[in-house]
Every structure is written in structure tokens, then in C-alpha cells.
Design a binder for this molecule. Structure first.
Ligand code: SME
Length: 160
């Protein structure tokens, strides 16, 4: 087991204990994850638009700017993760017709849904310049991050 994964989860939990809002927590997560895991070349959150839950809206991200700031849930790997309600791993984006290109350097991608109160509210999206970059450990790590983030969203709902 790569020690960086539990260390990152620990740091996120510690930051979350004092975070005042979800935006600053997203910003902390994308920066920490991208810095600690160099093969995670683009790390970002997409959240379902509260006013139109058929569209994902780009939140905090770390990496090259993307033109895909709003993605319908019927499009892209990002949309597929919402539509399927599960993590989508693409080992070679060039061979997946659903793929929406952000960078010509991207070779593989993983998208992990975030659930709160039993519903998908958004997702964590990671791109790598390496082919087949994301294995079972990455998947487990990112699903743990998404679970943590989802629980914090539930707490913020409960506090309202
Ligand atoms: N590749 C994604 C679009 C978002 S970018 O990776 C930042 C997709 O196919 O949905």
C-alpha cells in the first residue's frame, strides 16, 4: 500500500475539521493531491448544478485550464460516472469515444462520484499523462476521498 494515500486522507480530515466552507476544502484537496501524486496531472471537482442537476459545473481544480467548465451528464467520461452511478476508469482515453479532451497530453482518466444524502452531488476527476495510470489503490483512495467529501456536504446540509 502506497503510504501517500492514507497520509493525504489524514491531512484532508485534519483540514476539514477547521474548514469554514466547501470551496476552501476543495481547493485544499486538489492542491494537496496533485502535489503529492505527480502522475495525477489534472485534479478537479465537478459538482451538479443546484439549479439544473443535468449539468456538471467545474469547481476547484489543479492543472491546465479546461474549456469544459459545464458538462451535461449525457456527455464525457464525467457525465458517464454520474449516469452509471459508479467510478469510471479509462486506461486509454484515445480509445474511448465518450472522452472530452482537455489536454492533448492526457492519456488516462478516473472519475469518482461523490454522494450526499444518498444522491450523487458531484465527482472528483483526475487525468494523467501516463497510460493506464489508475489502479485499484488509486480507485480505493479516491473513493475514500469522495466518501469523506460527501459526509462533509451532508454535515453542511444538516447545519443549515
Ligand atoms: N475528460 C473529461 C472532461 C473534463 S477534463 O478531463 C478536465 C470527460 O471526458 O468528461
Amino acid at each position: 500500500m502506497d503510504k501517500r494515500f492514507p497520509q493525504i486522507i489524514d491531512s484532508i480530515q485534519r483540514f476539514a475539521a477547521t474548514a469554514t466552507d466547501l470551496q476552501s476544502l476543495q481547493e485544499f484537496c486538489v492542491k494537496l493531491i496533485a502535489e503529492q501524486l505527480p502522475y495525477y496531472n489534472w485534479v478537479g471537482f465537478y459538482m451538479l448544478d443546484a439549479g439544473d442537476p443535468s449539468v456538471l459545473v467545474l469547481g476547484a481544480f489543479h492543472g491546465a485550464p479546461t474549456e469544459h467548465t459545464r458538462i451535461p451528464v449525457t456527455e464525457g467520461i464525467c457525465g458517464a460516472a454520474v449516469a452509471q452511478g459508479e467510478t469510471v476508469v479509462v486506461d486509454d482515453v484515445a480509445s474511448d469515444p465518450r472522452y472530452l479532451a482537455c489536454s492533448i497530453e492526457t492519456r488516462s482518466e478516473i472519475v469518482v462520484p461523490i454522494r450526499a444524502d444518498g444522491r450523487i452531488v458531484g465527482e472528483i476527476d483526475i487525468d494523467s499523462h501516463d497510460l493506464k495510470a489508475f489502479g485499484d489503490q488509486d480507485r480505493k483512495f479516491l473513493e475514500d476521498c469522495a466518501g469523506l467529501f460527501g459526509r462533509l456536504i451532508e454535515l453542511s446540509h444538516a447545519a443549515k
